[in-house]
Design a protein around this ligand. Structure first.
Ligand code: APR
Ligand code: PHB
Length: 396
């Protein structure tokens, strides 16, 4: 088998890339370790930046998003139970975010990929990337006990944090930058109407809480928890009691409780691996970087990576010039680091850190009080929340 671009991983990065390349007439094959129900079933964040919404429209996969997505022109912060509103649209000249679950995005990507004959090979095992620093790379894997081989011009490593792609770059080339947070998020999904029309990010002395949603009838709530917490110790009643304390009385008055149908704990991490290109291999999405979920940047960053990668590949296939390809890593990292900074900062001002003394806590409270009272501070938050622009490519 031969193709132009071998895409490793059918998560958001791999699937958006497959659609973008297809639209430009560049051949690609996606190879995925799991099956489609598994990838569609993973519960992740659900806040889309305008670039992601625009891309779904450009790819003609936004019919459901346009019908069911909830456009949010503002968000709420809460400090020890006192709520204040951030008018995102007013502060950014009309920008907004759209609440639409990543699972729904994946369903839309897969439904359209079947219609457009995008090739996806599911359930692959033992994926190995070969001769990545040569001009004739290829990928092998086993499926049904037989070895398969895919020759290509380029490989897009879209296989997430635990994938093989990043591991295929020599250790003396890669530089990893990391912060591991001393807590996780315990999240639930429940078929109850959301408490507020917009999200509530709450800093409480007992820890962070977030009131989010998927639809007018489905809510998503999170609380900060310690990393050794066990799901079994969090029956629904205990979860609802705790989230309500942290969200405060005004929000609690509107919280509708109900049985959860999903409950999980996720650790928080900031991670960036540089460079994002080695020979014929490009990294995109979680394969190269992780953000903590505060701010919901994960999928949006995967989207901006693959938009930039597509521009670079299109430039190469149209002109023969590698200028775009050579600039991909630096261009992508410029946007990634700003999102890393924002996600780290938003996490730092909203969570309770185990080693926090009175001084640190008072600084946190002063910062939130400053945001409450300063339009300049609110604008900074708002422009980062809706997503910063992409730098133009060097070849434009
Ligand atoms: N071979 C093939 N596929 C692989 C391999 C491998 N060796 N290793 C991992 N994969 C697949 C995974 O099964 C997964 O479907 O690659 C995909 C990677 O998807 P994500 O982890 O979702 O990463 P990405 O596409 O970069 O999306 C980033 O989406 O899932 C969220 O938290 C994530 O918000 C972030 C965003
Ligand atoms: C979610 O709804 O899952 C969500 C929303 C906002 C975040 C993170 C997660 O910042």
């Amino acid at each position: 088998m031969r193709t132009q671009v071998a895409i490793i991983g059918a998560g958001p990065a791999g699937m958006f890339l497959a659609h973008l390349l297809r639209r430009e007439g560049i051949e690609a094959v996606v190879i995925e370790r799991h099956d489609r129900p598994y990838v569609e079933g993973r519960v992740r964040a659900g806040v889309l930046e305008q670039i992601t919404v625009d891309l779904m429209r450009k790819l003609d996969i936004a019919a459901r998003l346009d019908k069911e997505g909830l456009v949010h022109t503002g968000t709420n912060l809460s400090l020890d139970g006192e709520l204040f509103h951030i008018d995102i649209a007013g502060l950014t000249g009309g920008a907004s975010v759209t609440v639409y679950g990543q699972q729904e995005v994946m369903k839309d990507l897969f439904a359209a990929s079947s219609q457009r004959s995008i090739s996806i090979v599911w359930n692959v095992k033992d994926v190995i990337l070969h001769d990545v620093s040569s001009s004739a790379p290829y990928v092998t894997w086993t499926a049904g006990g037989a070895e398969q081989r895919l020759a290509c011009d380029y490989i897009a490593g879209c296989d997430g944090y635990h994938g093989v792609s990043r591991a295929s770059i020599p250790a003396n080339v890669l530089r990893n930058f990391e912060r591991v947070y001393p807590f996780g998020w315990l999240g639930i999904l429940a078929d109850v109407p959301p408490a507020e029309q917009e999200l509530v990010y709450a800093n409480h002395a007992r820890g962070f809480a977030l009131a989010s949603m998927r639809s007018p009838t489905r809510s998503r709530y999170y609380i900060q928890c310690s990393l050794d917490e066990k799901i079994e110790d969090w029956p629904d009643d205990r979860f609802w009691d705790e989230v309500c304390i942290r969200l405060g009385p005004a929000v609690t008055a509107k919280v509708v409780r109900g049985p959860s149908f999903e409950k999980s704990i996720a650790p928080l991490r900031s991670f960036v691996s540089e460079p994002m290109r080695w020979g014929c291999l490009f990294l995109a999405g979680d394969a190269a970087h992780i953000v903590p979920p505060t701010g919901a940047k994960g999928m949006n960053l995967a989207v901006s990576d693959v938009m930039m990668l597509t521009e670079a590949l299109v430039h190469y296939y149209r002109s023969g010039s590698t200028v775009g390809i050579d600039g991909y890593s630096a261009r992508a990292l410029a946007r990634i680091w700003k999102a890393e900074r924002f996600s780290w900062w938003f996490t730092s001002i909203t969570h309770r850190f185990p080693d926090m003394d009175g001084f640190a806590r008072r600084l946190q409270m002063a910062e939130l009080d400053y945001i409450r009272n300063s339009e300049a501070a609110q604008r900074t938050l708002a422009e980062n929340y809706v997503g910063l622009p992409m730098q133009t490519a060097g070849h434009e």
